[in-house]
Design a protein around this ligand. Structure first.
Ligand code: BGC
Length: 340
């Protein structure tokens, strides 16, 4: 009897690990070109494996929406797949691709970016995207001190129109900046303020660079002489990198470069902050995001409810999402050292 009990006890962990091993997660990331997503894909894969899950990882080429749709369909059709984790490219383009997942009741976690227009999504793991925009907008005000008597010139960049995250960044940043623009304390000389006028398709660094070039020319901003450009609201480091590339080329140096914001704390951005080309970035802890995802996957695999902390902020057009937004953190020269 005693022997049987001992045997049962010793088999138990094997059974549990067998159970965990048998649960396979299909992970699809939007691109392998942008450093953030490349690292993120392998990071989440590793964390899931460390927690005993099997992983099938795919990158959707270089932001290739139709490839992503095919990857999702293939994974949904695969009987070995028990859940999907998707970092979307165009959050609104996956309804059809997710129809199989929906009919099979395959749980889907929307990763960082919100998948919209479908109720096939179970959970949303992200960062507090509104807070990101608030931090960026407030940073510009704190650095520029714009007043009606001493107005400052800024330009605005928006990311990809198909990524709903940026609406949160933009709207919250504009909550802070718009009163100054309305009063004339902040001036956008290009006249381009709305997402439709300021977006950079696919969040592409080269297109951000090109747009910066065009703005410099049209307005007549100049590093030495010309109109002074005081600040740039850039939502993410991948754009800031392109903007800085152009500004450097046009003779801007750390002593006369506008105050430029960013987000992601990429290696390039940290270097730019260190050298004084970029004023700030935002650190979004991968560990925090991955912990939230692991908790969701674990809950799904054991039939429990995940530990979510927000059910009202993120509506995907069909339902309010059960979400876990992690906390973003401002990084500038004063606290840069902790990430280097
Ligand atoms: C993410 C940002 C990222 C941007 C470009 C957004 O959806 O939230 O962290 O910089 O996409 O990839």
């Amino acid at each position: 009897m005693k022997l049987k009990g001992t045997l049962a006890l010793s088999i138990l962990p094997i059974l549990f690990s067998f159970q965990a091993q048998a649960f396979t997660v299909g992970v699809v990331m939007p691109t392998q070109i942008e450093p953030r997503w490349y690292r993120e894909g392998f990071g989440v894969e590793q964390q899931l494996k460390n927690n005993g899950f099997n992983v099938e990882l795919f990158f959707s080429g270089d932001i290739d929406v139709s490839l992503q749709q095919r990857q999702i369909k293939r994974l949904s059709d695969d009987s070995n797949i028990d859940a999907l984790v998707i970092g979307s490219i165009d959050g609104n383009a996956l309804k059809e691709a997710l129809s199989v997942a929906k009919s099979k009741k395959l749980p889907v976690i929307s990763y960082d970016r919100l998948i919209t227009g479908t109720d096939a999504v179970t959970y949303y793991a992200t960062f507090d995207n509104g807070k990101v925009g608030q931090i960026q907008g407030q940073f510009l005000i704190d650095k520029l001190h714009p007043t009606v008597d001493d107005p400052k010139n800024i330009e605005i960049f928006y990311g990809s129109l198909d990524d709903k995250n940026d609406l949160f960044f933009y709207e919250e940043a504009m909550q802070i900046l718009k009163p100054y623009i309305d009063s004339g304390a902040l001036v956008v000389k290009s006249g381009k303020i709305s997402p439709n006028e300021t977006n950079v398709p696919g969040w592409r660094t080269d297109l951000a660079s090109k747009r910066m070039d065009e703005i410099l020319d049209t307005v007549g901003y100049g590093a030495n002489g010309g109109v002074k450009l005081d600040g740039i609201l850039s939502p993410a480091d991948c754009l800031s990198d392109g903007i800085i590339f152009t500004l450097k080329k046009k003779g801007y140096t750390p002593s006369n470069i506008p105050v430029i914001t960013g987000q992601d704390a990429t290696a390039e951005a940290l270097q730019n902050v260190k050298e004084g080309y970029q004023a700030m970035t935002i650190y979004k802890s991968r560990d925090d995001l991955h912990d939230a995802v692991i908790d969701m996957v674990r809950s799904i695999s054991s039939g429990k409810k995940a530990n979510i902390n927000d059910t009202t902020t993120y509506n995907n057009g069909v339902k309010d999402m059960d979400s876990f937004p992690c906390t973003p953190e401002l990084i500038d020269r004063s606290n840069l050292a902790k990430l280097l």
